[in-house]
Design a protein around this ligand. Structure first.
Ligand code: SF4
Length: 446
């Protein structure tokens, strides 16, 4: 057993990392699917979308081959509608709410239709939004992720000049750096960011980190308002002995490496354990398998009933051959010559429900030991608590506290997305960016 790169051949890497949700092969296939939509009154699919995309309207526009109109309908509600069509957990949002589910029939492929329209729009660089004349107002945004980009686009449309300060050398945030490579490619992410900024009036300054290269105070002085959208990023530690051994890595770092390097250069073990059962855990597990790990086991301290990932995500992991151990929690990492060789886990059971009705896991007193040469920690992410506190921003354990969806305690400083909610879906961050833009416009033009 050993951690190494180059497990597979180039064609094998290519096959393992192709698009997991292929698009419609022909225009006719899209039309046939669009024509299945019942164009419901008071559509539940639209209500289930955090950005309230008018789903029946954009689908109807596809049926009449009005793709420009369809893309406009989607992007006016969600400027990252193309990316969201690839990464949204639609089975618990729009598609999960489609009335076809109640008829025990396959729901409309809303995401695939959304992708159909928006990809054509991006490919043709259709300029669907006209920027109002410049107002002379200037806003600084920290973070070029979904919340930051959505806020920037909303402000730019109204004639506000936006400068985004981004610590990485590419835009897109979580979309570019934190999601499985078979869901969105780097090329797609770059094209989407370029499409959003092509409205004009948005400048992204890269390799600019808050607290290091820039400060909130400095931005408050230079700009009419500041929007914080720096996300979350620190992996929650397991706090168990042996956690510092070679071969123990955090999922965010693992996925980041994979998204920024050649697949063949990424080191992966033969026997990999992944701790957690959220989307990041699933992405890390499936990608470890697709990089060539022989055995990948997901370990979760509760049962399937409480898992944070969707059924669909779980099925992807199972289809990739990942094993799952429910009701188990890491207790100690054992090593040899500084490298991980075994993982000891507590066998858990669920206790009595608490006030919220949630049953917490407690140890049963039994343990088991498994041979592993890599442990990926995906037990959640933590907000940038020190950064938030050092800037005197009101917060709850590092999560920025806001009023009216995005107003912080600092004058002229607004916030949204993961740094406020602690880490939700991309689509939630896009909506937060829209709310942030509305609050800032209200503030600077009052
Ligand atoms: Fe169409 Fe389903 Fe939405 Fe009804 S619920 S409008 S059938 S996508």
């Amino acid at each position: 057993m050993s951690i190494k790169n180059n497990h597979l051949t180039t064609p094998e890497y290519q096959e393992n990392f192709t698009d997991i949700h292929p698009p419609f092969e022909t225009q006719d296939a899209a039309l046939i699917e669009a024509n299945r939509c019942l164009f419901c009154y008071d559509p539940p699919c639209m209500k289930a979308c955090p950005t309230s995309i008018n789903v029946p309207k954009f689908i109807k526009q596809i049926t009449t081959d009005n793709i420009k109109g369809s893309a406009h309908t989607i992007l006016s509600s969600n400027i990252m509608g193309a990316g969201c069509s690839k990464v949204c957990p639609v089975e618990k949002l729009c598609e999960g709410s489609c009335v076809y589910n109640f008829m025990h029939e396959t729901p409309i492929s809303i995401a695939k239709l959304q992708r159909y329209s928006t990809e054509i729009a991006i490919k043709n660089n259709w300029q669907l939004f006209k920027r109002k004349p410049a107002t002379g107002k200037r806003v600084a945004i920290i973070g070029a992720g979904p919340a930051g980009l959505s806020c920037a686009h909303g402000l730019s449309k109204e004639g506000v000049d936006v400068t985004i300060y981004e610590k990485e050398d590419k835009g897109g945030g979580l979309m570019t750096y934190g999601i499985a490579a078979y869901k969105v490619t780097p090329e797609f992410c770059e094209a989407e960011v370029n499409y959003i900024t092509s409205i004009g009036g948005i400048e992204i300054k890269h390799n600019q980190e808050l607290g290091k290269d820039i400060s909130i105070e400095e931005l408050q002085q230079k700009y009419d308002a500041v929007y914080l959208a720096f996300g979350v990023g620190l992996a929650r530690q397991l706090e168990i002995p042996g956690e510092n051994l070679t071969g123990v890595v955090d999922a965010i770092k693992f996925i980041y490496e994979l998204r920024t390097n050649d697949f063949s250069s990424i080191k992966v073990g033969d026997k990999v354990a992944v701790v957690g059962m959220g989307m990041t855990a699933i992405d890390a597990a499936t990608q470890a398998k697709r990089l060539g790990a022989k055995e990948v086991t997901l370990i979760y301290r509760r049962t399937q009933e409480e898992m944070p990932c969707t059924e669909h995500e779980l099925n992807i992991a199972k289809l990739d051959g990942c094993a799952i151990i429910w009701l188990a929690s890491p207790k100690e990492v054992l090593g040899k010559e500084g490298k991980i060789v075994q993982l000891v886990c507590d066998v858990m059971k669920l206790g009595e429900p608490d006030a919220s009705g949630r049953r917490s896991p407690i140890t049963s007193g039994e343990t088991f030991t498994m041979d592993v040469d890599m442990l990926i920690k995906a037990a959640g992410q933590m907000p940038f608590e020190n950064l938030v506190k050092s800037n005197q921003i009101e917060n709850n354990k590092g999560k920025i506290k806001v009023e009216d969806a995005s107003v912080t305690n600092l004058k002229g400083v607004f916030a949204g997305g993961d740094c406020v909610n602690g880490g939700k879906e991309v689509v939630d961050a896009v909506q937060a960016g829209k709310d942030g833009a509305a609050a800032i416009l209200n503030f600077i033009f009052k």
